[in-house]
Design a protein around this ligand. Structure first.
Ligand code: SF4
Ligand code: SF4
Ligand code: FES
Length: 249
């Protein structure tokens, strides 16, 4: 059964813009991205929108739908009342390029600041051995599709442009945790580096990042809180401090 949805979409570019109203046909089973595509096909040929997989796996169709950061391809129209006006706006934390497309290069810059996995020098490919328990711990973090919804929602950068230099955001603090937990990573003190260079101390564990993650990764409980505990242990526990001096990890 089809109906006409009331869509309110942000149109503009880096110099400014506004919300514009449209009426767009909706058919059974469709998601917000289908409606944005129909709008583009029938009324606004120049509407800019980024997408790739339409399956919740590429992380490129991130936007704010009624103010909540979500993947457009995973948001069913049936979750809204037919009479409701559905507002679609670009991610607020990153600069707008045009319409619903933002410049997310901030995230790639932060990714480059995290030192890569560093296995022991004398270990040859094929000799890597890990306990299944260690594999399982970081497996959750590897589900990340880099949609940047967590990076967008976190209030530390969302409301304070001036924090961006010092705060890497939940996705990249989670990457530090993943590598800090890796038994074959030889870089000492990733958790202290996260505290001192990636802004871990800005995080006040509000869990907003966890709430918006489409992969349901428990970012706060399983990555950020353990990283804070590890940083505190490494810095202030004299036994751990001595162990680090003697054994490097
Ligand atoms: S838990 Fe930390 S990283 Fe996540 S949204 Fe809150 S302040 Fe940001
Ligand atoms: S952790 Fe979740 S919300 Fe953040 S970028 Fe990865 S998939 Fe997206
Ligand atoms: S289009 Fe790939 S996640 Fe939505």
């Amino acid at each position: 059964m089809s109906y006409q949805a009331k869509m309110r979409v942000w149109r503009g570019d880096e110099s400014g813009g506004d919300l514009q109203d449209y009426s767009v046909e909706v058919n059974e089973g469709e998601v917000v991205l289908d409606i944005i595509h129909r709008l583009q096909q029938t009324q606004t040929g120049d509407l800019a929108v980024r997408w790739n997989c339409k399956a919740g796996k590429c992380g490129s169709c991130s936007a704010e739908i009624n103010g909540r950061p979500r993947l457009m391809c995973m948001t069913r129209m049936s979750t809204f009342d037919e009479a409701e006006t559905i507002t679609v706006t670009p991610l607020r934390t990153f600069p707008v390029i045009r319409d619903l497309v933002t410049d997310v290069s901030f995230n790639y810059e932060k990714a480059r600041e995290i030192p890569s996995f560093t296995p022991p020098k004398d270990l040859q490919p094929g000799e890597y051995r890990m306990m299944q328990e260690d594999v399982n711990r970081s497996q959750e973090f590897r589900k990340c599709i880099e949609c940047f919804l967590c990076q967008n929602v976190c209030h530390v950068n969302r409301d304070h442009e001036e924090n961006k230099k010092a705060f890497s955001g939940p996705r990249y603090l989670m990457r530090q945790t993943e590598l800090d937990m890796h038994p074959l990573d030889t870089r000492a003190n990733r958790s202290v580096q996260a505290q001192e260079e990636n802004g871990l101390g800005f995080c006040n564990i509000t869990k907003c990042c966890t709430e918006v993650c489409p992969e349901h990764i428990k970012i706060t409980d399983n990555a950020l809180i353990p990283l804070k505990e590890r940083a505190a242990d490494r810095k202030y526990d004299p036994v751990v401090w001595l162990g680090n001096k003697l054994f490097r990890r």
